[in-house]
Design a protein around this ligand. Sequence first.
Ligand code: AHM
Ligand code: MG
Length: 318
Amino acid sequence: MSERPFQHPTLHESLRSAADRGEALGDVIESIAQACREIAGRVRRARLQDILGDAGSRNVHGEDQQKLDALSNELLLDHLARCPAVGVCASEEEEEAVVVRARGDGGEFCVAYDPLDGSSNIDVAVNVGTIFSVLPNDLDPASPLQRGERQLAAGYVVYGSSVLMVLSLGDGVDLYVLDPDLNEFVRVEERLRMPDRKRVYSLNEAYRDDFPEGYRNYLDYAHANGYSSRYIGSMVGDVHRTLLKGGVFLYPPTSAAPSGKLRLLYEGNPMSLLIEQAGGTADTGSGRILEVEPGELHQRTPVVLGSREEVAHVLERL
Ligand code: AHM
Ligand code: MG
């Protein structure tokens, strides 16, 4: 057992010291963290426990579900449903939002999540992650269809060479690492600030000919100006690198997917809150992602997010 360095408070301790933002919100984050610890264990052992590969089913988007997608979804729903402050759960893997508790019974929050983002990368041991967004449950009827600027908290967990959680309660962004000896997330950095510039773009360039002209012009600009390209194909990994090192991450519209691929409620919005809270910009190409009024649960949005100056170079060409 390692001794916990004094300067690294656990997630529990740091949530309690931020209790002015509500103890119940802290309980929701701790439920998510518990589910993510279990998901991390399953991801690590997937090959050994024969839980790699297709589940033989398709999700609401018509995509092949991986066994780990289904398992991660169950773990999150299970933990969140047992948290007394959770009212509504909305998952990438579920067609409809699930009401687990009425507001009158204490269900103060809606939680939207992508249980295992980038799951097509699991078989090759590339980073995958969980993305989550917490909203007030104050609409009648109860609904997570709210603008991202109403989020009370957002974060993601990366299952990579180490397991990390990046979390915002709406006032700054903190970085936690899962200490494998303690099996606890401990805070290793507070109030992350992302660089304002970095000559790196991150997008699937194979779709270039299908992007609107402005994006193609941006790529010409980047090529002419000594940019590097970095693309994992796992949003959590690509956004995490962008947050720490700077650059711009894009998933533009294509002719086949006119709103891009990424989903607003559990991919675009939580990542946008984190990026903005770290001093960056997150845009659809025609406005702030956090101001989009959602019309449906699995709505997609184009995404341009990252360092302030790098995003500006994209937007000025659209
Ligand atoms: P998923 O939620 O089904 O895993 O899909 C989302 C993933 C993102 O992690 C990633 O940014 C994107 O799909 C990659 O898409 P593409 O293969 O079209 O580049
Ligand atoms: Mg996803």
